[in-house]
Design a protein around this ligand. Structure first.
Ligand SMILES: *Cc1c(COP(=O)(O)O)cnc(C)c1O
Length: 346
């Protein structure tokens, strides 16, 4: 899954690396995301299938065909549209069929699935490469919904046995092999997120580290107020470090003034105090030795010492939203790119 610009980390470098690892099937959400991969990674993805989850909208079949993109067909109108494009192209066109088994978002509803099963001619001219569905509650501990959706998907699979079968996102991958079928579709786990955030520590290695420099350090008296709205006051004399980071960088202001936010400076966790502003946050570094923090000292706000899930929880959100919300002005350094490509980018 490299939708939403590779969960905010860069669809192009991520897909390039995954292709080098042997990945041959990539999913994006939007047509434009698929076009970007085809344009920027033409040769590297030449043998790879790029599937567009939105499917084929009115008037868009030509662009999909021209770019060699595979739509994920979500309703009968899309099936008809793509079959017509195949007839026009004079050759079979690849497609995925997405059945709704309980998510109620995208995908052929049960009645349309039945109609399609009864009228297989609707698929003539289409090469169905993937038969898929998506689970709504794979990460909800104790939910009966995954098993119910699995049952529906198994019954659909009997009537649509072509191509590969695919059901599991990251969370469902952790539910067990009966959810895996031929192909899984992991997103957040690829980017270091926990497949099951509510079932203990993540088994995934962290992928992203964010560090920003301290800009200014000051000693303050008890009673000194910090930031917009003066929502925090020092209860004792302390030292404060201002960091080059704000909500414009995707560090969430949401979660409010009571959010239990921490960053790691000089290998220690210290609290963020006061409101998060657009470009700056302030950390209370009174617990650190005075010479441990100076302008230029790095602060880690996400990474091996500060798990994604913890940052997300402090803001009342999920890891996916933290990653996809990362701002554009970080200097991005990509590690582990295939040797033939440049190792640094912005
Ligand atoms: C986003 C998405 C995934 C990946 O989900 P994660 O929870 O990030 O693993 C898989 N399948 C579909 C249809 C999706 O939209």
């Amino acid at each position: 899954m490299v939708k939403a610009d590779g969960y905010g980390l860069g669809a192009v470098p991520v897909a390039r690396r995954l292709a080098a690892e042997g990945c041959t099937r990539f999913y994006v959400a939007r047509l434009d995301e698929g076009l970007q991969l085809r344009t920027e990674l033409g040769a590297e993805l030449a043998d790879a299938e790029v599937l567009v989850l939105d499917g084929v909208g009115p008037g868009l079949a030509g662009e999909l065909v021209a770019a060699g993109l595979t739509p994920v067909l979500n309703d009968l109108a899309q099936v008809e549209r793509w079959a017509k494009a195949a007839a026009g192209a004079g050759r079979a066109l690849p497609a995925a069929l997405h059945f709704d088994t309980g998510m109620t978002r995208l995908g052929l509803p049960a009645t349309e699935a039945e109609h399609l099963a009864d009228h297989p001619d609707l698929l003539s001219g289409l090469d169905v490469v993937v038969v898929m569905s998506h689970l709504a509650s794979a990460d909800v501990v104790g939910s009966p919904q995954p098993a119910a959706q699995l049952g529906r998907f198994l019954r659909l699979r009997e009537r649509f046995p072509m191509g590969v079968a695919s059901l599991a996102n990251s969370a469902a991958t952790a539910l067990g092999p009966e959810y895996h079928f031929d192909q899984i579709r992991p997103g957040i786990a690829v980017y270091g997120g926990a497949p099951q955030p509510d079932r203990g520590p993540s088994p995934m290695a962290p992928v992203v580290t964010i560090e920003v420099p301290v800009l200014q350090v000051q000693s303050v008296e008890a009673g000194t107020a910090v930031g917009y709205g003066a929502t925090w006051q020092a209860s004792t004399p302390t030292r404060l470090a201002t960091l080059a980071l704000g909500y414009a960088d995707g560090y969430p202001r949401a979660g409010g003034v009571d959010a239990d936010r921490q960053v790691v400076i000089a290998d220690s966790r210290v609290p963020v105090v006061g409101r998060v502003s657009m470009d700056l946050v302030v950390a209370d570094v009174g617990s650190l030795p005075p010479d441990a923090v100076a302008p230029g000292t790095p602060a880690q706000l996400l990474g091996p010492e500060m798990p994604l899930e913890e940052v997300a929880a402090a803001a009342g959100t999920i890891a996916n939203e933290i990653l996809t919300g990362l701002g554009r002005r970080y200097q991005r350094r990509l590690l582990g790119q295939p040797a033939t490509n440049e190792a640094h980018s912005h």
